[in-house]
Design a protein around this ligand. Structure first.
Ligand SMILES: [Zn+2]
Length: 133
């Protein structure tokens, strides 16, 4: 029996370090360094502090161009904003539906009427007491 299924999933890709990296997988903070190499002069990049201090090369610690990280971050934020917009829309629809079910507006006059009754009773009682004196 083969357990393989040919279900069509929405091809969500996972990026290793999405957006702006703040910490390397090794637990050390990430710093911003300006490139001094000939192919990328003065191009800024994020680098693992440990790898930078040890002057490591061809390692797998965080190394990401700042401009590429910013593009990633913007794309991520754009996606998040779209998701939030959808959520707000569905929440608005839910609130509208709940308002219809509860029939909220009808409750308010009831409270006002009973409040008026109490006030009227007090006025009557006070009025009677005043009259008796
Ligand atoms: Zn590291």
């Amino acid at each position: 029996m083969s357990a393989a299924s040919s279900s069509t999933t929405d091809g969500r890709r996972r990026i290793r370090t999405p957006g702006i990296p703040s910490r390397c997988w090794c637990g050390v903070d990430v710093t911003e360094i300006i490139s001094r190499t000939n192919p990328n002069p003065y191009r800024r990049y994020y680098r693992c502090l440990f790898a930078a201090s040890q002057r490591l090369e061809n390692d797998n610690h965080v190394l990401k161009w700042v401009d590429e990280a910013f593009t990633d971050e913007i794309q991520q934020l754009d996606y998040q904003v779209r998701m939030l917009e959808e959520e707000v829309q569905s929440l608005k629809a839910t609130i509208r539906n709940e308002g219809d079910i509860r029939e909220g507006p009808k409750k308010m006059p009831m409270i006002k009427i009973s409040g008026g009754c109490v006030l009227l009773t007090i006025v009557l009682v006070v009025g009677i007491m005043m009259y008796k004196k």
